[in-house]
Ligand binder design. Structure first.
Ligand code: HEM
Length: 465
């Protein structure tokens, strides 16, 4: 079996944290293009939520509601986590992807499929739905093969194990999903709500949730400069979420309420471990609280709301309408737990990757002439506006779903779309601004008369006299 060469580490970053890029990482354009598409996906998800607010609020099975959900799950969240995994996997495992070209091909299959699938849902095109489902499934299998290069490396700790299992759950989620697309067309079996819920929880908790719980164990201490005495809580979070999700899924499919409850208990114990780990990181941080803390803490609140909504849906004797609302609130709150975490970390990950690329390209100076830092690549007020808009989107969406308020769900969609637009323009315009300033500097220095060497003072004429 070909062994992928282990890459030597690069020097630490200007924030003094461990390097985010090593010689194992792919070229910057690969993760960055995935992340740009993820930001566009957030704009699409928010816009669809605003337009389809009426069908999303109360009739989750409606085609436009399912379409909106998949814009959020595929074009935004899954694209962001798949993109970050193409960078994060090689960095943490210290081993390259199997192929950069395969990474590009995955993106060229996944991104169109993640938009076509919702479009096919919304416009009742069963053949297009099947084609988009098969394309998405193919892209997911290609990503699993490519990422297995770094992620199958042994002894690299819980984050790598967690990401490895999360990718496996993505393949399973897509397998369920593509099977359902054919079933919706040919009616092989009844697509009962619990079967859809099994697919939904596999995707939200097993794929994106577990991926976040795993990579957070590396990203949080790095970005929050925390030195924790132990990672036990985080290690258990990964193990319990990874172990509990299949029990929940099998419980929903059988169906067996006791099995589903046992699985849910295990997952919730894992999520508590995740929150305890966050508390530990904040307690042992070596930098003052900053915007990323705001995103991560608000995201944690959404997780608590999701667990509460799931408990209400699972444990109380509710009418169908109220149970549907409770499940919708749970699914939306889980989406916002992961959405806010993704948006917050994008404001760190993108400048990190861009910074090293900028330096390699010779852009080493900030507008004030001092060494270029990550902070020069992000506009802080715009980042704060993104936080405010995404938090507004999350809270109005949850209150809207729980109370059946269509207007609030519409406001939520508009706020999330705006958050995506501000984040995208902020993270793209930062580096472009530095490049433009450097270009102006170069032109200005070209115009300047090159300081001619002062004519040598003629030796005083030797008087021959
Ligand atoms: C990869 C390709 C995927 C395909 C082909 C797919 C397909 C489907 C299908 C056919 C349904 C049932 C729709 C219905 O009941 O009318 C569904 C529902 C759902 N899927 Fe997916 N799915 C995919 C990926 C995902 C992922 C990655 C997630 C989560 C991270 C996800 C979350 C959901 C949710 C939450 C629902 C319920 C939607 C609702 O009832 O409003 N799906 N999916």
């Amino acid at each position: 079996m070909a062994v992928t060469p282990v890459a030597p580490k690069r020097p630490p970053t200007p924030s003094g944290g461990p390097p985010i890029t090593t010689l194992a990482t792919p070229p910057a354009w690969l993760p960055l293009s995935w992340l740009v598409f993820a930001a566009i996906g957030l704009i699409g998800f928010g816009t669809a939520l605003a337009i389809a607010a009426r069908s999303v609020t109360g009739t989750p099975g409606a085609p436009t509601a399912v379409a909106t959900v998949h814009l959020g799950m595929l074009a935004f969240l899954s694209t962001a986590v798949l993109g970050a995994s193409h960078q994060f996997g090689p960095v943490v495992a210290g081993r390259r992807l199997r192929s950069v070209t395969a990474g590009l091909l995955t993106m060229l299959l996944w991104v169109p499929a993640s938009w076509l699938l919702p479009f096919a849902f919304a416009t009742h095109r069963p053949v297009l739905l099947e084609a988009a489902g098969v394309t998405a499934f193919t892209a997911v299998c290609l990503a699993a093969w490519n990422l297995s290069g770094p992620l199958l490396r042994r002894g690299r700790g819980t984050p790598v194990l967690g990401l490895r299992l999360a990718i496996c759950y993505l393949v399973l989620t897509a397998a369920f999903g593509v099977t359902y697309t054919f079933d919706m067309h040919h009616g092989y079996f009844l697509l009962l709500p619990r079967r859809v819920l099994a697919h939904a929880h596999l995707g939200l908790l097993g794929w994106i949730g577990l991926a976040y719980v795993a990579v957070a164990e590396k990203l949080w201490p790095m970005f929050l400069l925390a030195h924790r005495p132990s990672t036990t809580a985080g290690d258990w979070a990964v193990r319990l979420v990874a172990g509990g999700v299949p029990v929940v899924v099998i419980g929903l499919l059988i169906p067996s309420v006791p099995l589903t409850s046992i699985g849910a208990g295990i997952v919730v114990a894992g999520l508590v471990g995740h929150l305890v780990s966050l508390a530990g990181v904040i307690r042992h941080r070596r930098r003052r609280m900053e915007l990323l803390h705001g995103f991560v803490l608000t995201s944690a609140v959404m997780l608590i709301v999701a667990v509460w909504a799931a408990a209400v849906a699972g444990m109380f004797d509710l009418s169908i309408t109220l149970r549907t609302r409770a499940i919708e609130t749970e699914v939306f709150a889980l989406t916002m737990w992961l959405g806010l975490a993704v948006i917050g970390h994008l404001h760190k990950i993108v400048p990190f990757i861009t910074w090293s690329r900028m330096r390699t390209a010779g852009h080493t100076k900030a507008p004030n002439g001092r060494p270029l830092l990550f902070a020069h690549l992000v506009n802080a007020p715009a980042a704060r506006a993104t936080y405010a808009l995404s938090t507004l989107g999350a809270t109005t969406g949850i209150v809207g779903m729980a109370g059946g308020h269509v207007v609030l769900v519409g406001v939520s969609g508009a706020a999330l779309a705006a958050a995506g637009a501000v984040a995208l323009s902020n993270l793209v315009s930062g580096p472009l601004r530095i490049i433009a300033i450097d270009r102006r500097r170069a032109v200005a220095s070209e115009g300047e008369p090159t300081p001619t060497k002062p004519a040598p003072t003629p030796a005083p004429p030797v008087s021959v006299s």
